[in-house]
Design a protein around this ligand. Structure first.
Ligand code: NAD
Length: 473
């Protein structure tokens, strides 16, 4: 708990939960069970560093809820890791999975290290030892608890985890499903890299396709010609900007930590990315105006603002100056509770992080399913679909005496690849989750914002699941 924060991270998650629970009719006991972290494993283990010294490493794995199995959540390597943070993040995973109908309980792991201070060999030893500790206590496995990447970890660490797990569990046929976010060669799935940005796009597009919501905001229906501002040109920001631009929206400003740029005619995120790579900065991009401060981009008039960098960037101080109509929380926690209240007063729609950035965990679910089925998506049906569509198209052309354009021909005949199916599964997931949350919000005018409605959606699903399991006879 930091000195100027009245609540720890975990307590603030509990507060958001309590705020939403008021709009449900569940018994107090069920709500208490949902909130609680079921299992907290705190561990210490030694690792021999390259210089021969031995260091004791502090690490955690928290399983917040087993209302669905396995538990799911990333592993974070950071100096800041502590038990409260891991517990908070694990509980958020329970709610996030429930909202997007991914049938997992929430989990999270953390190792209290700054990965930049260690050699690759040391990081490998730490990751493998952490995995072995999880195996010893039955805290990892395709049916138990399935980690994924988070801050400071990526496909490399996930490959070490699956290799360690598989060697400690010889013959376990589903071993590849013990972790997600793996390299494609090690059982990963195509479409993971862009998943979060694409999920952000699908979620906001669905909101923009809701006539009543758009009417309230004074916007036209659809994404085309919407003005969009993105903060952060990393994985999530870059891909969000790309999908918005490709659908006809105009990216009028981009912000990075060194500054922000504006062009009313629209920016191409990839050209800006290449410019940044070449010059070390997004500033002075040809045709664009430099803004005085990078945070100025958050306060420009636009239809959609996508904070995709850090937490707490829109707060009680700057929220009154935000002129966007819709805020899409691509980052985790970019808007504070004070900002939420100001948005409600000012009629700004904030689409909450807890579901909007769930593309990563959704595609992790698809990776886990792929691992359990031992077959690449599309392998069984791609050829069949292509042959079938070719036949149908041939018949249509023959009977009508007309030829379909080359562009349409390619689209119709194309059989689904793994990436096509992953994108389509993600699209379905984000559309359904958006509609479910909006239905809850519409059903009770007392619910103040979409974030609270999302929590209500999560609480209802987890509570139903507990009751159906017969835990509360
Ligand atoms: P990233 O490190 O790839 O990108 C973050 C970008 O933000 C970087 O380019 C960085 O330079 C920029 N940035 C840093 N400070 C800034 C500032 N003050 N102003 C403007 N830009 C700034 O990280 P990411 O994976 O894109 O994640 C971004 C956010 O999305 C994080 O909050 C993360 O927790 C969240 N998120 C990511 C995923 C995922 O799949 N990657 C999933 C869910 C949530």
């Amino acid at each position: 708990m930091s000195s100027n924060q009245p609540y720890s991270f975990f307590q603030s998650v509990e507060k958001s939960f309590d705020k939403a629970a008021k709009y449900t009719n569940w018994d107090l006991g069920i709500l208490e069970q949902i909130k609680a972290c079921n299992s907290v494993y705190q561990m210490r283990f030694p690792v021999k560093l390259d210089n021969g010294e031995i260091e004791v490493i502090e690490a955690y794995r928290v399983q917040h809820s087993q209302h669905k199995s396995p538990c799911k959540g990333g592993i974070r390597f950071s100096d800041e890791v502590n038990q409260d943070e891991v517990m908070a993040l694990a509980s958020l995973m329970t709610y996030k999975c429930a909202i997007v109908n991914v049938p997992f309980g929430g989990g999270k792991g953390g190792i209290k290290i700054n990965p930049r201070k260690y050699s690759v060999y040391e990081l490998e030893k730490i990751t493998r030892r952490y995995t072995a500790e999880l195996v010893k206590k039955n805290f990892i496995g395709p049916g138990i608890d399935v980690p994924a990447p988070d801050y400071g970890t990526g496909p490399r660490e996930m490959a070490w985890i699956v290799d360690t797990y598989a060697s400690l569990k010889p013959g376990e046929i589903d071993a590849a499903g013990c972790v997600t976010g793996k390299p494609i060669t090690q059982g990963g799935v195509r479409g993971r890299t862009e998943a979060t940005g694409l999920g952000v796009f699908f979620g906001i597009r669905e909101v923009c396709n809701m006539p009543d919501v758009m009417q309230k905001l004074g916007l036209t229906i659809g994404i085309a010609d919407k003005t969009v501002i993105v903060q952060g040109l990393g994985n999530v920001g870059y891909h969000s900007a790309k999908f918005f631009r490709e659908s006809g929206a105009k990216i009028i400003a981009l912000a990075e930590y060194e500054g922000a740029i504006f062009n009313a005619d629209g920016l191409n995120e990839d050209e800006v990315f290449q410019h940044r790579k070449a010059t070390g900065s997004i500033l002075n991009f040809p045709g664009a105006t430099n803004l005085a401060k990078n945070t100025d981009a958050l306060e420009l008039a636009c239809d959609i603002l996508i904070p995709a960098a850090l937490e707490n960037v829109i707060n009680g101080e700057n929220a009154p100056r935000v002129k966007a109509k819709i805020i899409g929380e691509a980052a985790n926690g970019p808007c504070t509770p004070e900002a939420d209240e100001i948005f409600t007063q000012n009629g700004i729609l904030c689409v909450p992080d807890m579901y909007l950035n769930a593309g990563g965990v959704t595609v992790s679910y698809f990776e886990w399913l792929k691992n359990l089925s031992h077959v690449r998506y599309g392998r069984m049906e791609k050829r069949f679909t292509e042959n079938l569509n070719t036949k149908i198209l041939g018949q249509i052309e023959e009977l009508s005496g007309k030829r379909v354009s080359d562009e349409n021909r390619e689209f119709i005949m194309h059989g689904p690849e793994e990436q096509d199916l992953v994108h389509s599964g993600l699209e379905e997931t984000m559309i359904s989750a958006t509609r479910e949350i909006m239905d809850i919000w519409n059903s009770n005018p007392e619910i103040p914002d979409m974030r609270t409605a999302a929590y209500v959606s999560a609480i209802n699903k987890v509570a139903t699941s507990y009751l159906e399991l017969g835990i509360f006879p």
